[in-house]
Design a protein around this ligand. Structure first.
Ligand code: TA6
Length: 267
């Protein structure tokens, strides 16, 4: 499904997953040429929605079931926005299959807003059960970089983080550079981040306070070689900068709503 103003977005109904965002004539997201497109296997690239579980932090399939399910989008709900923007909302609700693995009633919405030079992705989760539920979640955005070894991510300086590869808790000194595997969980930076990509200009990345963590992931050459849906050198062309709510599960009482957004823009 496509969404276009001056810029374009392509989104798969599977996972409500943005697969492409083109602005100023340039693709901003990474989508692996080997990604599955079979309607259920997780798609490697774009902006996967991890819900109701991040990674393997619980009993469900890795990163939860939402990225493997078909969401509903009513094209009649494509709304023009002031300032040459467009909005599209995709929805997912519990069904027999979800309740078999996660015994809760819920409604989830992914709202996409596309403006010239700017894409916002907002996830909202409503607890439609009669009892509390809890979840972890992330917008697992794969950003396109011409060469990750030349890229620098600014905005996380001085923050203490969890390095999941080394299992250490250092403090970030300077901008992040990339090469070997990186899998780190930072607190959300208040001022947002700037991704400098020689050959492709700068990308500004921000997230709502509801997403209290930022995950930075690149598999590096060795892990990438073991990923069947990545080309051996695919790690060079991507960097995941993820808006995440993972350190504390989000607890929703009956009827409550949680909401969080990630905002990508080219200054
Ligand atoms: O967000 C980082 C991470 O959780 C990594 O640990 C790595 O496993 C990555 O996500 C990709 O997971 P996937 O299931 O999509 O291969």
């Amino acid at each position: 499904m496509g969404l276009a103003c001056a810029d374009t977005v392509w989104v798969a109904l599977q996972g409500a997953q943005v697969l492409s965002w083109i602005t100023a004539g340039e693709e901003q997201l990474f989508l692996s040429p080997l990604a599955a497109h079979d309607g259920h296997t997780p798609i490697r690239g774009g902006i996967p929605v991890c819900f109701p579980q991040f990674n393997q932090r619980g009993p469900l399939v890795k990163h939860g079931f939402a990225r493997s399910m078909r969401w509903q989008a009513d094209v009649g709900e494509l709304q023009p926005l002031a300032g040459d923007g467009l909005r599209l909302v995709l929805r997912l609700a519990d069904d027999h299959g979800t309740r078999a693995v996660w015994p809760h009633a819920f409604e989830a919405e992914v709202e996409l807003e596309l403006y010239p030079g700017r894409l916002s992705v907002t996830l909202a989760v409503r607890n439609t059960s009669h009892s509390a539920l809890s979840f972890t979640t992330a917008l697992h955005s794969y950003l396109r970089v011409p060469d990750v070894q030349q890229a620098r991510l600014h905005g996380l300086e001085g923050l203490e983080y969890w390095d999941a590869v080394a299992d250490t808790h250092p403090r970030q000194a300077g901008a992040l550079g990339f090469g070997p595997e990186v899998d780190c969980v930072y607190p959300r930076p208040d001022q947002g981040m700037l991704l400098h990509r020689p050959g492709q200009g700068v990308l500004h990345i921000a997230q709502d306070p509801g997403f209290a963590q930022t995950v930075v992931w690149n598999p590096g050459p060795e892990l990438c070689a073991g990923l069947a849906d990545m080309q051996p050198d695919g790690w060079r062309r991507m960097l995941c900068v993820e808006a995440a709510a993972i350190d504390q599960p989000q607890v929703l009482a009956a009827g409550e709503v949680w909401r969080g957004g990630q905002y990508l823009s080219t200054p």
